[in-house]
Design a protein around this ligand. Sequence first.
Ligand code: PTJ
Length: 249
Amino acid sequence: MSEEVVDPSHPRYQSLMMRKRISEAGVKGMLADSALIAHGRGEAFDYLLGEQTIPSALEATREVAARLVAAKKPVLSLNGNAIALAAREFLTIASQLGCPIEINIFYRTPQRMGALLAHLKLLNSDLGLDVEILGGIPDAKIPGLEGPRAACQKDGILEADAILVPLEDGDRCEALVAMGKDVLVIDLNPLSRSARRGTVAVVDEVSRVATNLIQLIPEKPEITNWDNDKALQSALDHIVGDMSDKFES
Ligand code: PTJ
């Protein structure tokens, strides 16, 4: 798909642009085989949310911003889909926070890690930023997980006190929570294990969340006594309860 064929006046323009980013990243060898399936599942939930940031998601994003700003050692843990969809935004956020990005992928191969590292390093220099990119040479393991998905870096995920995990696997989310970290999840599915087990879950599309975080981080919001179940219920209520702000296309 070339840029010209995505018509900006199309009512689903943003959604089509996200598909384009995903398919281009696939061609570059950055994605897992199941990445498009995961993206499609996310699209289905986004359609039900009206492809918008609902009020409870904006509140959750503010809470995530507050916890990242207050953390002593925050880290952004990015997988293939998150990098395909919002690499520029996450580099900007890491620069605002002065924290590293760690590439942490579920389906780990040297080829994918190489492609993802190269993509982030190129954008880092295009944006004139100097964000530390970790993950290439793992030297630690997430306790309680087996295999390549446990691999991480001591200076990054292992020692972080707050960790942003877009589209995280449920097992790994639980393992990170068990380590006592603030686990800040982005997932369009309010019923996913990650959304339910995370400290704060933002039920919103990853690139919209990243854009909102860039606005919210400089405001340095205060941490609240966050009730994650209440926020997830609010997202579910929005999906099932209100047809008036849905669209047809
Ligand atoms: O790059 P890797 O190897 O780490 O693999 C990444 C994927 C996403 C393939 C892997 O983690 C996976 O299979 O994920 P799941 O178990 O399918 O879960 C993906 C979750 O992300 C689902 O709950 C989707 O609803 C949600 N999701 C998909 N796209 C988006 C999303 N959430 C927010 N924004 C999206 N664009």
